[in-house]
Design a protein around this ligand. Structure first.
Ligand code: FES
Length: 108
């Protein structure tokens, strides 16, 4: 099963096994991972699912869509031109089999 590793600013991390088709946002919300809100339910309209993908995990991810690009500019923690993604737009088993992300200190 695809695996998602969420690293937190305090040095702790969560590991969630995500069924194929589950987004990085949905797996966090249902798995009780702190720091990812998913306010819009995955419609790329809130940026409260913002994550920084670890550099070694960027290869092979789908390109940022126009909607995602616009929302990332609104992310509370500030956008990283290489690493920032919306967690609701990255799907286990499609975009990745294993991914590691850093959770921003704040989503609002
Ligand atoms: S959940 Fe709202 S943009 Fe991802």
């Amino acid at each position: 099963m695809p695996k998602i590793i969420y690293n937190h600013a305090d040095g702790t991390h969560d590991v969630v096994d995500a069924p194929a088709g589950t987004s990085v946002m949905r797996a966090a919300v249902t798995g009780g991972v702190a720091g990812i809100v998913g306010e819009c339910g995955g419609q790329a309209m809130c940026a409260t699912c913002h994550v920084y993908v670890r550099p070694e995990r960027l290869a092979g991810l789908p390109a940022v869509s126009e909607d995602e690009d616009e929302m990332l500019d609104c992310a509370a923690a500030g956008r990283d031109s290489e690493r920032s993604r919306l967690g609701c737009q990255l799907f286990a088993g499609e975009a990745f089999d294993e991914i590691e992300v850093d959770v921003p200190e704040s989503q609002s």
